[in-house]
Structure formats: C-alpha cells, structure tokens
Design a protein around this ligand. Structure first.
Ligand code: CDP
Ligand code: CDP
Length: 223
C-alpha cells in the first residue's frame, strides 16, 4: 500500500507521516526536504534564484540522498548532511520558488517515483496524490487554519533559537501557500479522491489515529 499526504505549510504532514510510517513499518519520504535541499544549494552557491535554467542545472549536476535515521530522515546534498540547515524561513521561501520551475519538478518527479518504487511508502508533499503517486491507495489532504499553522511553526522555530514572531510567520506561510497553489506546474490542490483532514485543534496523536483508521478501512476494501 502507498499513502500520499499533501497539504499546506505547517499542517503537520512531516510529523504525522513519520509516525504513520513508523506504526505501519513503511518507508517515509519527505519530498519537501528535496526542494529545501535544492533551495539551500541555490543560496549556498549564489545561483540567481530567478534563473530557472541555472537552478535546474544545479539539480541535474548534484545528488540528493534521503537516509532513514530511526524514525526520521536525514538529507544529503552531494554527500554533505544538510538536515539541520534546511528549515530556516529563508530556505522555505526559496524552496517554494524553485518548486515553481517545471524543469525542476520534472527531475524531482523522477527521483521521487524511483524512491517509492519498492512500495509501502508514506510520502508527503504538495503534489503526491495528484502527480507523484496518482495511484496511491490512500490519499490524505491535511490542513489547519493559517493561524494555527503559524503558531505551530512559531513554537518550533523559537525552540530552535530563531528570532521571529507570529505575524511574520503568518505572512510568510500565506505567501508560500499562495505561490504553491497558484503555480502552473503541479500546484498544491486536494486530489479528487483524497480525504480531507482538518487538524485545527487536533493533537498529533489524534491525527495519526485518524489517518491509521482511514488506512485500515482502505486496506479492508482492497482485500
Ligand atoms: O510538514 P508540515 O509543514 O505540514 O508540518 P510539520 O512540520 O509536521 O508540523 C509543524 C509543527 O506543528 C511541528 O512542530 C509539529 O510538532 C506541530 N504539530 C502540532 O502541534 N499539532 C499537530 N496536529 C501537527 C503538528
Ligand atoms: O514543511 P513545510 O510544509 O513548510 O514545507 P515542505 O513540505 O518542506 O516544502 C517546502 C516547499 O517545497 C513548499 O512550500 C513547496 O513549494 C515545495 N514542495 C512542492 O512543491 N512539492 C512537494 N511535493 C513538496 C514540497
């Protein structure tokens, strides 16, 4: 069985997908981390962000590797572990810009399908149910109010020692969601056959249980 989890920033996709994968002993693949890795490399190599050919060329010449580490995932760019450097607000904004380039998405699609080829994966992102794994057995569209998503991100960033505030984060999230929903290439949208889960006011455990129930029901109908 393959499980696709899509949704806007801060909906809880990575946290929940990771736990669902753990409970089912499936492989977890965080596709957002791949766009983040490219964004990090663009910043690090001073590649002009508005030059699609240069950004996409950088990806073509490089290697992104995702490695499982207990219940989470580490991200490598040309062998360098950059996991702890790709969650900054700057990388987030750059990630959604590089993700709007069709020539970047084409390459990511090939990489992501290759990673999922063995089956039994939980993959999260923006276009998993609509483009990467259109035949996924379970499709979840995870969301929450913009305010709550910003509050979750604020807690996370403050705990890591970043200086920011709720209004700034809310504006950044809204800007990124807009870019993700309005781009031409594989925009963020709920697949027709996805189950909508609004996690506003829900704890992580409650969301995980809800998704496992949906998977169970779907597993029964497949057999
Ligand atoms: O991957 P995505 O951007 O959708 O969200 P995430 O990184 O998994 O979650 C963002 C933050 O919200 C994390 O710090 C989670 O621990 C937290 N979270 C939460 O407080 N309640 C939930 N129901 C889901 C996530
Ligand atoms: O964790 P959060 O939801 O904030 O972001 P992420 O999942 O790490 O993704 C970062 C950015 O990559 C998103 O804003 C999207 O622009 C892009 N992305 C995408 O276009 N398609 C995906 N399958 C995953 C991420």
């Amino acid at each position: 069985m393959n499980i696709a989890i899509d949704g806007p920033a801060g909906a809880g996709k990575s946290t929940v997908a990771q736990q669902v994968a753990k409970r089912l002993a499936y492989l977890y693949i965080d596709t957002g981390s791949m766009y983040r890795a490219l964004a990090w490399a663009v910043l690090n190599n001073r590649v002009p962000i508005d030059d699609e050919a240069a950004v996409s060329g950088l990806l073509r010449e490089s290697e992104i590797r995702l490695e499982r580490e207990r219940d989470s995932q580490r991200v490598f760019w040309n062998g360098q572990d950059i996991t702890d450097q790709i969650r900054t607000p700057e990388v987030s904004q750059y990630a959604s810009i590089v993700a709007s380039y069709p020539s970047v998405r084409e390459q990511m699609l090939v990489l992501q399908r290759h990673m999922a080829a063995g089956g039994n994966v939980v993959m999260d992102g923006r276009d998993i149910g609509t483009h990467v794994l259109p035949d996924a057995d379970v499709k979840i569209f995870l969301t929450a109010s913009t305010r709550e998503r910003a509050e979750r991100r604020l807690k996370e960033l403050l705990a890591k020692g970043h200086q920011t505030d709720l209004a700034t984060l809310e504006a950044e999230i809204a800007e990124r969601d807009k870019r993700d929903m309005e781009r031409e290439a594989a925009p963020l949208r709920q697949a027709d056959d996805a189950v909508l889960v609004d996690t506003t006011g829900m704890t992580i455990d409650q969301v995980v249980e809800r998704i496992l129930k949906i998977c169970e029901r779907s597993g029964e109908s497949i057999q």
